[in-house]
Design a protein around this ligand. Structure first.
Ligand code: SAM
Length: 218
């Protein structure tokens, strides 16, 4: 099945609300646990989170390593409002800096000490822009962890995944999940993007029925 690109920025108020209030605890904690399994030495410095959404991952990251700082970048104003609220409630406003911008236009003063991103890549029309940002916004040899959805072979497979993993979720979230699956990349496509950007030292893995994960040092 060919890729059907979904809108880049999650700009809708309702779309952002439903996403921010959904329960991604298991997935997000799994992402954070995996980051520290791979890179236990990361205790200080700034982690850049591309497409940070409601900032659940940055908050979980800082619960594990309170001396870290996170710079979260997201171009959706409603999503960042949810993020600011969550960060304030967690008492982490002094350690999590949130920037409302497209990552393609993001020019931090310092390169990041690590780069993470969950579920952003499939929103980006040109995936090479995403990998270019990972490469150029990180300091040399910085640890990277990127996770995203895997495009199924057929629309029917995509519908089955929505039923399997989001049967009881609100209709908006189910619609977005389906659109995101159709907009996602296959494992081979991601491997080709990494090769094209001269990032072949990053490794791709498929941990379950709907995700790919890329890790390594840039
Ligand atoms: C599916 S959400 C994932 C949010 C978060 N990473 C998480 O795991 O919960 C994708 C986010 O990426 C943001 N986004 C999409 N394209 C972007 C871009 N070019 N620059 C910055 N943020 C972008 C969307 O607005 C949305 O908030």
């Amino acid at each position: 099945m060919d890729r059907v690109c979904e809108p880049e920025i999650m700009e809708g108020e309702e779309q952002a609300r439903v996403y921010a209030q959904a329960d991604f605890a298991e997935e997000n904690q799994g992402f954070v646990d995996h980051f520290f399994e791979l890179y236990p030495e990361v205790e200080q410095g700034t982690v850049l989170d591309l497409g940070c959404g409601p900032a659940d991952i940055p908050i979980r990251l800082l619960r594990r390593r309170p001396a870290l700082r996170v710079m979260g970048v997201d171009a959706s104003k409603p999503m960042l409002r949810w993020a600011r609220e969550a960060v304030r409630e967690a008492g982490l406003a002094d350690r999590i800096h949130l920037l409302c911008a497209r990552f393609q236009e993001c020019r931090p003063e310092q390169p990041a000490d690590a780069v993470i991103s969950n579920s952003l890549a499939h929103h980006v029309p040109n995936p090479l822009q995403f990998w270019y940002a990972v490469k150029t916004l990180a300091r040399p040899r910085a640890p990277v962890l990127v996770m995203d959805l895997l495009r199924p072979d057929t629309e029917e497979d995509a519908r089955n995944l929505v039923e399997l993993h989001a049967a009881d979720e609100p209709e908006q979230l189910r619609r977005d999940f389906y659109a995101s699956l159709l907009s996602a990349f296959t494992e081979d496509e991601v491997a080709a993007h990494l090769a094209e950007m001269n990032l072949s030292r990053l490794l791709i893995d498929v941990p379950d029925d709907r995700h790919w994960m890329v890790s390594g040092r840039v």
